[in-house]
Design a protein around this ligand. Sequence first.
Ligand code: SAH
Length: 394
Amino acid sequence: MPPTAAALPNIKISPRGTARLKAGHVWVYKSDVDAPDSIAPGSLVTVKDQRGKALGTALYSSSSQIAIRMLSREPVADFPALLRQRISDAIAYREKLVRDTDAYRIIFSEADLIPGLIVDRYNDILSLQILTQAMDANAVRETVMSSLAEQLHPASIVERVDPRVRELESLPPRASGLVQGEKTATTFTMNSVHFRYDALEGQKTGAFLDQRENYAAAAAYAHGEALDVFCYQGGFALHLAPACRQVTGVDSSRPALEIADQNAALNGREIEWIEANAFDLLKDYAAANRRYDTVVLDPPAFAKTKRDLDSAMRGYKELNLRALKMLRPGGLLVTCSCSYHVSQASFLEMLAGAAVDARRTVRVLEIRGQAKDHPVLLNVPETAYLKCVIAHVS
Ligand code: SAH
């Protein structure tokens, strides 16, 4: 018999937590939660306000700063059934909205109302990440795996483990690896560009699927000589190649560049890959008066926390200033930030400052975000993190 909603443990939250939920957010922090020790880590719970009024059903974490992740404003009588329904809704959402790719995010945690679960598809391999105690429970894992297998028929499912996440959730260590099937490597195709995917080797990051639509957008304006800074496995560089006379990709990671080179071969492209620290390389190129027609900047998240914000903004400014100076008149700048803590407004402000300092006129062609398979929940600002500005520079 499935547990009934009435049988769920209750958790009382503070007026501040209640206000957060009333504003449409789905998280309540530990400091706003009054949870008896008797509640097992990862439990399904009924959330109540100070007066005892039920606000909905949530997943509870005993150790994370985010103690409560809402699942529903209603009672949930059958969690596995709800999970199966949400998974098929997430798949249907992509079927409607995702085009020109066999690699995309199938489940994006809160944005798909399945907090704590991320699933990416790379052609016939699924890559899964579990981020919370509730999602790590064996019964929940089994429901997730069997739903994915039934609905998508992948050759295999691989779990990618972030040890830091498991530590924060007080979960026992676990190795990354196959959880279903045997296949660990494949190729996938987005926007007609082919990529290698090896689930167990390299940085285990897979690809940056969130940039998929930005690759195509950037390629539509790219021309001449192009420099892809922070190129990783060549996502932008490979998309720019058909439109550009020459493409150079720069990254500090040799393993990433080795895969980038294999990707270039897979697409019959000649791209120059340079292993370097981007800051040093841009400084040297500026001193040498190197010029480009297209520059892409897609650095890692400089601001991992709010405290890093000032130094992060200085980092973005330095990169963008150098890129702007390096562009020939009529050039194209594609500049990104994947730090949630850097708002779109402050990113544009930084870019405006860099334009003034570089004495360049910058016309904004497109202000973009993450691809549609990484949905943004309007009331949960944390789900929107990627900024991508495409600009004409004269
Ligand atoms: N543009 C890529 C994603 C970039 S992710 C794509 O679309 O696939 C950020 C990359 O920056 C990583 O590959 C990382 O190896 C690289 N990186 C981090 N610090 C760096 C530095 N100081 N100089 C050069 N590359 C760096």
